[in-house]
Structures are given as C-alpha cells and as structure tokens.
Write a protein that binds this ligand. Structure first.
Ligand code: FNR
Length: 389
C-alpha cells in the first residue's frame, strides 16, 4: 500500500472506530478496530518493540483489559427534554478553566513513537487547549515542551532513589513555570512486562545501538537528566514511604498531585499529608496486576476525600461515554495515555489533535444525550452500578 492510500485508510479508521484499538490489547480485544491491527496497520507505523512498549500491560495483561471492561459495570441514566442546544464541558483545576476535562497523561519516551515526540504533543495540546503532563522519562526537556505548548504544563515526577536528583528535577520544573508536580507512586519495584518482551523479540535490529545499558544508560538519554550525575541512580525507589510525600510537599512551591492511588485508605492519607490532588491510576495496567479497573476504584477514592481535593482518573478511556461515567462518579477530569500516543505515532501533531477532537465530540454528544448542560450538573444520579442495583 502506498503512503497516501495508507494515510487515507488510517484516517478512515480514526474517524470510524478509532479509540478501541489505541489502548486495548487489540490482539485480544476483538471488534472492528482489531482487524486493522491484525492486518498490520500499527506495525507499519511503529516497530514491533516500540508498539509492544506502548500497547501492552504486565503479567497476563488482565489489568489492562479490566480497565476497559470496568466501564461496562456502570450504566448511564439519561434524562430527557432538557434544552441541550448549548452545553458547557469546561472544568476547573486549581483555579484554571479548561475547555474540556480531557488531559494528556504523562507518557515517557515519545520520540520512540514519532520524531517530534513530546514537542508535537505540546503543539496539539496548545492548539486544542488541553492540559499536558510531561513525563520524567520524556525525550524533550520541560523548557522546550513548555515553549511548544505556549503555556504552563504539569510535570510528572518519578521519585528516583537519589534525593539530590529528585530535587534537581523539581527545581528545574518549577523554574520552567510548571504550577503542579504529579508524583507517580505506583512503580516502586519494577514490573513484569511479558507481552512487551514478546513483541521485542520480533525486532530484528540491535537495540543497543539506541538503548544504553542500565538505569544510568536510560537516564543519560533523557533531557531532564542533562548535567546531573546519574551514576548509580535509578527511577525505582522501593524504600519510599509517606515521609517522602511530606518531603516533596515541603520542598516545592508547586502544587502536589499524587498519581497511582487506588484505595480509600491511601486517598485519606494523601489528604492528611497535604496533597493537593489525586490521580486514580494503575499506570494503564502497566504496574501491578491487580485485575481491578480504575473506574471501579474511583468511587471509594472520591468518597474518602470528601471534596477536599480534586480527583482525576486514567486507564482505558476510549469513548465519550467513559469520560461521562467518570465525571458522574465524581472525577474532576480524566487523562488519556495510549490514545494520543497512537495518534502521535500515526500522524504527529495532527494525529494527537484528531484524537482529542474525536473524544471531545463524543463527550459533548453524551452530555447532550443525557441532558447535562454543564459539568456542575453531572452527578451520581446519572449512573447505575450494575453490581449493587
Ligand atoms: C505511561 N504512563 C506513564 N505514567 C507516568 O506517570 N510516567 C510515565 O513516564 C509514563 N509512561 C508511560 C508510557 C507509556 C507508553 C504508556 C502507555 C503509559 C502511564 C500513563 O500516564 C497513564 O497512567 C496510562 O497510560 C493511562 O491508561 P491508558 O489511557 O493508556 O489506557
């Protein structure tokens, strides 16, 4: 297939049944989109090992699948005969108003998917006015990404095992104008990425021509570590406790959001440690194989924080109806990871914009279908929990 024909086919694919294939393990997911995957579309865009890194989960990919399947536990109760000629999808986070509650989650190493990586994502976020969260493992610097975004971004922090390095990362993000640091706490001890490893075996190239060995080799290729001595430093920090959260909070002027919370107990501890916000997340099914969907974790976290801090959620969001369910269950906003990464891989900035447009349109349409004219009017009365009804 020549490039134009392929491009046409992929755009058609995006415009019809796009997002199912983006994050779900399409080789198991079934449905229309999966056939495109099986017929080799993603492999034309990405090399097998990078596709494996992007698309897969841990162990048997059960949590990755659960993130999608969890949405079917909750159904929507639409209300009729409400004037929905205008709906307002805007949400506020820390005093800033966003056009929609759709946020770009931190995804590392985006130049593995497209040569413009995080810069293309930043331009798309700027063009469509979405919040972007930049990963510690980004392949572009926080200064360059903030400039390309044309406004503040949030910075995601992996707690390294060196306070000197962690502090330097925070200072740099703060100096680049990031108002919020998002501390990811769900990967204290590595992960078992078996499916990814199987994809990597299909890659016949010499990975060592790009990937240097060990953690320090990894960090030396990430711009946020430029100028730092990373000898012996790892992104994993198994000794981490709530004391670290307190220390981060005390050492920065940025607001502190903790990403990777799944239980009411930890949500309550976040609040008592002065955390400013929470992201309910299992890293897109890439951390522990809990088997539990984040949409199912969301209600207990929302109940535990009692409105004291905003709750965000990510994991498996592929449709406007998914977004609506999360907001009705009490989330202030949702984040997407793989969907925009796949758009990036296919068409750079334009692909990311297309994904954002599709999700925004679907979400707006759902607001109209259910008779919700603003997010303030979206609440649990719109939801049926099939387990308890
Ligand atoms: C991630 N995620 C992630 N999270 C984080 O805090 N720091 C990071 O560097 C990364 N890197 C990363 C790479 C890739 C390829 C993926 C797919 C994900 C997790 C991400 O922020 C988010 O939690 C999930 O992607 C949400 O699930 P979906 O939308 O991908 O299903």
């Amino acid at each position: 297939m020549d490039r134009t024909a392929y491009r046409r086919r992929f755009l058609k694919f995006l415009a019809t049944s796009p997002l199912l294939a983006f994050g779900a393990p399409a080789w198991r997911d079934g449905g229309a989109a999966a056939s495109d995957v099986e017929s080799g579309v993603p492999k034309r865009v990405l090399i097998a090992s990078h596709f494996g890194y992007m698309a897969t989960g841990v162990d048997d990919d059960a949590t990755l699948r659960a993130n999608r399947e969890g949405f079917s536990r909750f159904q929507i109760r639409p209300r009729r005969l409400v004037d929905v000629s205008r709906v307002d999808t805007s949400t506020q986070l820390f005093g800033v108003t966003w056009r929609t509650p759709i946020i770009l989650a931190p995804v590392g190493s985006q130049k593995a998917f497209h040569p413009e990586g995080e810069i293309a994502v930043a331009r798309a976020a700027g063009a469509r006015n979405h919040l972007q969260i930049l990963s510690t493992a980004a392949t572009a610097s926080v200064e360059d990404v903030a400039a390309a975004r044309g406004g503040p971004i949030w910075y995601q922090l992996y707690p390294t095992d060196s306070w000197r390095v962690t502090q330097a990362l925070m200072r740099r993000a703060e100096a680049a104008g990031c108002p919020v640091v998002v501390l990811t706490v769900d990967l204290p001890a590595g992960r078992n990425t078996e499916t990814q490893a199987r994809f990597a075996k299909e890659d016949t190239r010499q990975c060592s021509s790009c990937h240097l060995p060990g953690w320090s080799g990894f960090l030396r290729r990430k711009p946020m570590f430029d100028g730092l001595d990373v000898t012996g430093v790892s992104l994993l920090s198994p000794a981490l406790t709530w004391e670290f959260v307190r220390r981060v909070k005390e050492s920065t002027k940025m607001r502190l959001v903790v990403k990777g919370i799944e239980t009411r107990e930890d949500a309550a501890l976040c609040v008592s440690h002065g955390v400013d916000g929470i992201v309910v997340s299992n890293h897109g099914g890439r951390a522990e194989e809990s088997g539990r969907a984040t949409i199912e974790c969301l209600p207990e976290v929302v109940d535990a924080v009692q409105g004291k801090v905003p709750v965000l959620v990510d994991g498996g969001f592929r449709r406007g109806s998914d977004i609506f369910k999360a907001l009705a269950l009490g989330a202030k906003a949702i984040c997407i990871g793989r969907p925009y990464t796949w758009g990036l891989a296919a068409f750079g900035q334009a692909g990311v914009e297309k994904v954002l447009d599709l999700l925004t349109r679907e979400f707006e349409l759902m607001m109209k279908h259910v008779g919700a004219t603003s997010l303030a009017k979206v609440n649990r009365s719109f939801i049926v929990d099939s387990r308890t009804q």
